[in-house]
Design a protein. Structure first.
Length: 377
């Protein structure tokens, strides 16, 4: 039985005596210790068979020996030399000694192969045929430096990995232009730091498309004369625009930066994308009231719930007095906000991904790793 231990990028192999080989060894001892079957006819008087005549030549064992050196000609100590036979006999392995020498004794005749390995050197092989009773001297085996390319994986700091993921999220735009930064298509994305949560909120609120969409909302409100206390004309439009932008900014910063930092929660929606349609629907709706914590565990989405209440309460400071209904309107708007979040999550799960041209495609096994190729010496 051969066992393998991994050191760095190399396999270091060692031979041990396992149960299967122990059985073969026991049988060999029994066979060698039992008397040979005598022939039925006796030899003529005055003649005795010599040991060489009693055993055919092919039964005589031999030995294999040699020396292992490095490219400079110096002896290599501890090189692993493995003997492989074509007759399926158990493989044997020995290390080279202080002089770089190795030897195998009591080896049955026949074809054989040597495999010589040592850390830092390219593997060498030698094949030959051992004749009965032969002392086979292997030509000096000179190692060459290993030049194969190995891959080194460098684990990056979590904050750096999260920053990389954010950069990719900022490329996510529905139909190529509408920002969709608060969705992660990486199921095991690294939690954001407080600084990154504020940066993501800031980039969302100052995105040019945000200003354009806010203007469109204010225009619709003015056309329908919503919040009539603002009046009409340019002043009325400007006040509606400011109120709409204030709603977006306060809601984004409170629910997606301030409270998530204090409560250590992740403000992003984590795309599921697999499972039955029913399970995905329930998952999307549930994400309006639950979220991932920075610990990676699911928990109540206090950030979204309290953020909706806080943003609704703050809006009473700048909406027309006649459109303020106190706490009742605040709670009503908070519930509407939670319902809107659930609807948005459903769209994220089933529609928006198809409309987003730049969606990162990650291999979970390599997240947080930088691949560096370098020669192995």
């Amino acid at each position: 039985m051969e066992t393998y231990a991994t050191i760095g990028d190399r396999d270091v192999r060692s031979s041990v005596l396992g149960p299967g080989r122990l059985v073969w060894l026991s049988l060999a001892v029994l066979l060698c210790g039992s008397p040979a079957l005598a022939q039925s006819q006796q030899a003529p008087p005055g003649t005795e068979a010599s040991a060489g005549q009693q055993l055919p030549d092919q039964q005589l064992s031999g030995s294999i020996s040699g020396t292992v050196v490095d490219p400079s000609g110096a002896a290599v100590v501890g090189a692993r030399v493995r003997l492989t036979r074509e007759d399926r006999s158990p493989n044997q392995g020995v290390p080279s000694d202080d002089d770089g020498q190795f030897s195998f004794v009591n080896i049955a005749s026949g074809p054989f192969q040597l495999t010589i390995t040592a850390e830092g050197f390219a593997t060498q092989t030698f094949s030959g045929i051992l004749h009965p009773g032969e002392i086979f001297i292997v030509p000096r085996i000179a190692f060459a430096l290993a030049t194969e390319t190995t891959e080194v994986r460098v684990v990056l700091p979590r904050a750096e990995v999260a920053e990389t993921e954010i950069k990719e999220q900022e490329k996510q735009r529905v139909l190529g232009f509408i920002p969709n930064f608060y969705v992660s298509y990486v199921p095991n994305a690294v939690p954001l730091t407080s600084k990154q949560k504020f940066e993501l909120a800031w980039r969302t609120t100052v995105d040019p498309v945000t200003f354009v969409l806010t203007g469109a909302v204010a225009g619709i409100q003015q056309a329908q004369n919503d919040f009539s206390g603002y009046g009409q004309g340019a002043q009325g439009y400007a006040e509606r625009y400011a109120a709409s932008y204030a709603d977006l900014a306060t809601g984004t910063f409170i629910a997606s930066a301030i409270l998530p930092s204090l409560l250590k929660q992740d403000p992003r929606y984590f795309y599921k994308g697999s499972g039955s349609t029913r399970s995905r629907i329930l998952y999307a709706i549930a994400n309006a009231i639950i979220c991932k914590g920075d610990s990676g565990r699911w928990q109540a989405n206090y950030s979204n719930i309290l953020g909706s209440l806080a943003a609704g309460g703050i809006s009473n400071l700048y909406y027309p007095e006649k459109d303020r209904d106190g706490a009742g309107l605040t709670f009503e708007n908070a519930l509407i906000g939670i319902g809107s979040t659930a609807a948005a999550d459903l769209l994220q799960e089933f529609v928006i991904r198809k409309l987003t041209p730049s969606v990162p495609n990650h291999d979970p096994a390599t997240i947080g790793q930088r691949h560096v190729r370098q020669p192995s010496l």
